[in-house]
Design a protein around this ligand. Structure first.
Ligand code: HEC
Ligand code: HEC
Length: 306
């Protein structure tokens, strides 16, 4: 490592001390590691072409028709927040889709990142207050918890100025209503129309104590309701399978509590029965999932990093 005299004299006292230390060290030879990026990422000209097509270098231009708070939220969600990195589907070249597909839901590390626009499957519409509480604390009474890759996002958001989280909520709430949103109130949990007596037995024995829908005590942490959970209402059974198998070991914030993992106490078959029961009982307006067994196998084989 060489350090020019000019650089040393221009540096702060701390840096000068560091340079002085470095200059007492013997130089070592080392080979620059070979580029192990996969095609086409190993070809710089290809990446330049991708950037020309998809990289947006424009700075944010506020929309004068909207409030300063909305503009701040738009800037944070789409700039610093990188929310679309997980919540927007990607095209065949790996770029985030825009237009109607923007924030329409994506996948990350085996998790579904649900739609945040009018395509949201949430049984109760996301209001500004719901979004604020969810993003700030990791839990919304009318929706549920932020687990998986979203837990880390909320962990960060719990430390930024409250006004910034509020601005994001204002902006996101406007996306739902602009495209119509899902304005119907969630149907109350109805007695199971499905015949999955096995799933019901498992729910009553293994889950209900902590998920009593407000009818029982909260043992510790929160008691998320199955009836309002987007994962139970989604087209994809994957998030539900992951949560049951692997539990929630890294809560978004301390107060949420932990959800135990059931991978060692329930078989794939039992989990599939349980999921079919949860879908039928708590999302009775949605079609039964057709590939529950595969979702369980997938989630068991690939625990992911969350
Ligand atoms: C690393 C990927 C990732 C990033 C980045 C991310 N999310 Fe998420 N988000 C997820 C996943 C996965 C879920 C589902 C979590 C669950 O079901 O417990 C989720 C859930 C949500 C939900 C709940 C949706 C519902 O209907 O239940 C909201 C709201 C949300 N995210 C907002 C945001 C916002 C705002 C940002 C940017 C600040 C963001 N997310 C960034 C992955 C991500
Ligand atoms: C000991 C208490 C406990 C038991 C037993 C329990 N859970 Fe949970 N569960 C929790 C807690 C606490 C959370 C929220 C944890 C967090 O986010 O940090 C949670 C979260 C969830 C979520 C929301 C995940 C999300 O990302 O939206 C689902 C779905 C869920 N549990 C299903 C189940 C099912 C099904 C069973 C039975 C097989 C079960 N739970 C058993 C405590 C429990």
């Amino acid at each position: 490592m060489r350090t020019s005299k000019a650089a040393v004299s221009a540096a702060t006292p701390d840096m000068q001390a560091l340079y002085a230390y470095m200059m007492t060290q013997q130089p070592v030879r080392s080979e620059t590691p070979a580029n192990t990026m996969r095609f086409p990422f190993n070809l710089r000209p290809m990446m330049a072409g991708w950037n020309t097509l998809f990289l947006n270098r424009e700075t944010y231009k506020p929309d004068p028709q909207k409030t300063a708070e909305w503009n701040r939220g738009n800037y944070l969600v789409n700039g610093l927040g990188h929310c679309a990195a997980c919540h927007s589907p990607r095209n065949a070249l790996g770029a985030e889709k825009l237009g109607e597909a923007f924030l329409a839901g994506g996948t990350v590390d085996g998790w579904e990142a649900p739609a945040l626009n009018g395509l949201s499957k949430a049984p109760k519409p996301w209001t500004e207050d719901d979004l604020f509480t969810y993003l700030r604390t990791g839990f919304s009474q009318r929706h549920g918890v932020a687990a998986g890759p979203m837990a880390a996002v909320v962990h960060e958001l719990s430390t930024v100025p409250e006004a910034d989280v509020r601005a994001m909520a204002v902006y996101l709430a406007s996306l739902g209503s602009e495209v119509g949103g899902d304005a119907v109130e969630a149907p109350a949990a109805t007695p199971a129309p499905v015949s999955s007596a096995n799933g019901e037995r498992i729910f009553n024995g293994a889950c209900q104590a902590c998920h009593s829908d407000g009818e029982g005590p909260t043992l510790f942490g929160v008691s998320p309701s199955m009836a309002v959970n987007s994962n139970v209402h989604s087209d994809s059974p994957d998030n539900l399978a992951r949560v049951i198998l692997h539990g929630i070991q890294n809560p978004a914030t301390r107060d949420l509590g932990y959800m135990p993992a059931f991978r060692d106490s329930l078989s794939d078959r039992q989990i599939a029965d349980l999921m079919a029961y949860l879908r039928g009982r708590f999302a009775p307006d949605k079609a039964a999932w057709t590939d529950v067994a595969n979702a369980v196998t997938r989630a068991r084989a690939n625990p992911g990093t969350h």
